[in-house]
Design a binder for this molecule. Sequence first.
Ligand code: SF4
Length: 479
Amino acid sequence: MFDADKLREECGVFGIYGNDEAAAHTVLGLHALQHRGQEAAGVVTFDGRLFHSHRALGLVGDHFSNETVIDALPGHAAIGHVRYSTAGAPLLRNVQPLFADFAFGGLALGHNGNLTNALTLRRQLVEQGCLFQSTSDTEVIIHLIARSRQPTVVERLIDALREVQGAYALIALSADAIYGVRDPLGIRPLVIGELEGAPMLASETCALDIMGAQFVRDVEAGEVVIATRDGIESIRPFGTPAQRFCIFEYVYFARPDSLVDGQSVYEVRKQIGAELAREAAAPADIVVPVPDSGVPAAIGYAQAANLPFELGLIRNHYVGRTFIEPSDRIRHLGVRLKHNANRSTVAGKRVVLVDDSIVRGTTSTKIVAMVRNAGATEVHMRVASPPTMHSCFYGVDTPERAQLLAARNDLEAMARIIGVDSLEFLSLDGLYRAVGGRRRDAVQPQYCDACFSGDYPTVLEDFGLGGSADQLSLMFEDR
Ligand code: SF4
């Protein structure tokens, strides 16, 4: 469940074509993708004659577990979306998929990611007379499609996408097909699956597993896929640019049971933990994960360090949305409600705590105090990613730079704030080794690592072209 002291993935998308229970499957897929967005959910179906839609603020289970809702979404084709907003306020009119009637017929559209020139395009479109109904940057794509003079739906979609910059894994539904597109750098994930001959698209493979569907392959960077009853057609209108997939998907966002780029996220996280143990061994008796997201890295760390892995922190899984509050006061309260130290495990021990990342540091501070209060003699923190120092502009909710612990403190100061005997982060090279990617000094890096390095892989038109990460973050705050 949601953690206020983690970066937040913004959206998950799902689609299926050629299954008479398309809506029910889409709801199941969205349920599996709930970790990618807990603020709102939506489904649009097409029954051969009409489009049907249901969109709501809240969790998938809050609004789509009712048979009446599923019955009101008939059709053989459906797309769905879960979201947490970065671009666009949490209003019902911003909930995706968005739907519009075009000259060619209806089209529903949803995307995961963030367009870095959406504000610029929006201003231009408004000056040209376009009326926007939402504040979501997905609507920019809808207006660009409407303006296109291309003859087919897919050509109009491609025409529109040629004008946008940034990160998107996009999914669309017309009367004839569902469409999936990844931006030319493939920053956000999208996979192809199949269920009894029906092609499917999803943000992660866990959305296929939930209904026993087969994983076919990842949609490639810059690829457009068109799914119909005849299967999947693929086109590559944006050439074959070098991929810059979000490396944070491996660190935290993706579910550990998903495959990303053909690799098990769980196994990669264990590798990350093993690299961390090799780079930054701690003098400890036991390895304790910060649950849940630190568990695979802690297992890898413990195995590589040949230390016992112990559940020295227990997480309460019943802390829900009541505590999703932006104020620092509630955040601190939320930490105490969420975790408890397991005294029988940590008392009298030198503990190495393993977490996947540190964002503000508020959770880490409370957890370290808890472990000390439970009798640990030493607490060493090892973080299974490099320091998070920069904001993300590609569809991940990052606090403004001033709130990122690593952006304003050196290692020693961070250790003092968190209250640990020692603190170490995985190096960027170590992270690349663990994910099996090219080293960062290679000519073309294979991943986006901008929140660690400040090396943004696209022009950030709305955030000051070519500016330093500092300037970019300031401009981001001003939005
Ligand atoms: Fe992922 Fe970080 Fe790049 Fe954002 S900046 S896409 S979180 S690696």
